[in-house]
Design a binder for this molecule. Structure first.
Ligand SMILES: Nc1nc2c(ncn2[C@@H]2O[C@H](COP(=O)(O)OP(=O)(O)O)[C@@H](O)[C@H]2O)c(=O)[nH]1
Ligand SMILES: [Mg+2]
Length: 217
């Protein structure tokens, strides 16, 4: 009982910050995308592939949520974009007030896409709105076939499920159609796409999706 009340208060405060983030970005026409997944599903790799493919076509920035290190931030800085590192010092998710602080460190002028790589975790990040326009949950085929059922919130709050590492599908016992069915059962409104940053399969659909979102279609 007490726990529920605390959680409500935390969420109410978070929603205020989330609204502030969204308002700031809306004024400037910047699209905020919150990437969620288990550690190692391929969030940073997907951002690297995106930046490489675009080659400066759009002005992008990233906020990297990590428990302690700045390795992912360094991986993205190589593409010449602004990156803010948020170390949560052990906390398992980002909150909207952290994004408010990160925005103060970014030059928002002419920015078009702002990517947030959340802390690798399928549980806590799903409960915290960061003021994002779109939430993308990644699931790699190597995580097995039961994760959607086990961690439904990360999937029913997503606008898009990216099934990553599709090149490895033959090495797993995951059935693509069954997995899609599990996903659409918890989230019939969302989109689904599968991709591999190793072979490039599905990457163009991902880039198209980002561009369509930015155009508001
Ligand atoms: N085979 C394969 N490996 C991938 C793919 N995407 C990422 N990886 C590998 O998965 C590991 C974790 O990727 P990373 O992007 O760091 O995951 P993150 O923790 O979600 O950011 C790395 O060794 C990547 O090279 C993919 O599409 N196919
Ligand atoms: Mg990463």
């Amino acid at each position: 009982m007490a726990e529920i009340i605390v959680m409500k208060a935390v969420n109410a405060e978070n929603e205020l910050y989330a609204a502030q983030v969204k308002e700031t970005l809306d004024k400037r026409g910047i699209l905020l995308i919150n990437l969620l997944s288990s550690p190692g599903s391929g969030k940073t790799s997907l951002l690297e592939a995106t930046l490489k493919e675009w080659g400066g076509k759009y002005r992008c920035a990233a906020i990297e949520g990590d428990l302690f290190t700045d390795e992912d931030a360094r991986r993205l800085e190589r593409f010449g974009i602004q990156v803010v590192q948020l170390n949560t010092q052990g906390s398992c998710h980002l909150t909207a007030n952290m994004i408010v602080k990160a925005l103060e460190k970014l030059d928002l002028k002419d920015l078009e896409f702002l990517f947030v790589e959340n802390v690798g975790n399928l549980v806590c990040p799903a409960s915290f709105n960061l003021g994002e326009h779109k939430r993308v949950t990644l699931l790699s085929v190597t995580e097995g076939k039961d994760k959607i059922k086990k961690y439904p919130k990360a999937f029913y709050t997503a606008d898009l499920l990216v099934l990553s590492k599709i090149d490895l599908l033959p090495m797993t016992d995951v059935n693509l159609e069954d997995l899609k069915q599990d996903f659409f059962r918890v989230n019939p409104q969302a989109d689904f796409l599968s991709l591999s940053v190793k072979t490039g399969q599905g990457l163009s659909q991902w880039l198209e999706k980002l561009e369509n979102w930015r155009r508001g279609t």
